[in-house]
Design a protein around this ligand. Sequence first.
Ligand SMILES: Nc1nc2c(ncn2[C@@H]2O[C@H](COP(=O)(O)OP(=O)(O)OP(=O)(O)O)[C@@H](O)[C@H]2O)c(=O)[nH]1
Ligand SMILES: [Mg+2]
Ligand SMILES: [Zn+2]
Length: 341
Amino acid sequence: MTALPVDLGRRSGLADELLAFGDPDLTAGRVLSQHRGRWLVMTPGEPPRLLPARGRLHDSDDGPPVTGDWVAIDGDDAIAAVLERRGAVIRRAAGSKTAPQVLAANVDLALVIEPLPDPNERRAERMVSLCSAGEVPAILVLTKADLDPEADTLATRMARALGLADGVAISVRDGSGLALLETLLAPGTTSLLLGPSGAGKSTLVNTLLGEDRQATAPVRAGDGRGRHTTVGRELLALPGGAMLVDTPGIREAGMWDGNGGAFSDIEELATGCRFANCAHQLEPGCAVRDAIDPARIAAWRKLEREQAWIEDRRAAALEREARGRTYRTIQRDARRVKGDD
Ligand SMILES: Nc1nc2c(ncn2[C@@H]2O[C@H](COP(=O)(O)OP(=O)(O)OP(=O)(O)O)[C@@H](O)[C@H]2O)c(=O)[nH]1
Ligand SMILES: [Mg+2]
Ligand SMILES: [Zn+2]
């Protein structure tokens, strides 16, 4: 039986990247999903395999491999290196003040998902900030368009307010918007679904796949919230040759690397404010206040404050680490003097 040629997404210069490691046994693969200390990795022409990663990867600055990573696999079938991440969406790890979490790597396009009839523009805005910070272009996708007759207008208006090039309203029930969305998922590219639980991410994935691969569940009757049905991030190949990452519903999307210019509308107008540090509240001569939705200005301010807070935390953690290192060096030198190292 000949294996089907599997497209794992485009990656220019892959062969050279591998050669640069200087180990002729290395082969390239792509991480489909993560499983407690093992990664499901696909190499072209072979079924996916669960592989361990070399210990040093766990402590590296980039952290262990994540879904979407291109990795180098060594002769012993272990992940030896993570290749440069081109486009990654990173948040502050839930419950941590000082650790990042890469949600997915090598992402060409993020689909910021909000469900109709009650999409949350502020939540979408935060997602767009994380995407921009990771140099991942984003589009807005409003799901469950069958529940709102104004879906298309709303998608266009909200996308514009968020500074995005595209906003699409889709429904898997009546099929609206799906053909348009599929044109945005180009063969060889990797797209990432980002949105709250119950928004219909996995239902969309199944529809695009043409099979019920991902588990889905109705939202709760009382408050319409999702049930966190999807628990891991998974890279899947669509029939048209595009790749898509299904993700668990996001509860928290803490800032990590700034808003990446997601508020360029505010920042551009702000050059016309009388005061350089204008917060666009009550300052005289403000060029932003009358031009931008007050809720967006408030959101910008909130994210700026959050970013400043996380940067303080990160700086403090680095300092602690540096102190710890100095202390360890002193201990080691002391041991050397005693001759037991
Ligand atoms: N009316 C309507 N309901 C939809 C549509 N798409 C999905 N749903 C429903 O929304 C509910 C949640 O769908 P899921 O696909 O499980 O949502 P999810 O975003 O994957 O949720 P998590 O995995 O928990 O993050 C299911 O009951 C779906 O049938 C749609 O286009 N219209
Ligand atoms: Mg799901
Ligand atoms: Zn101002």
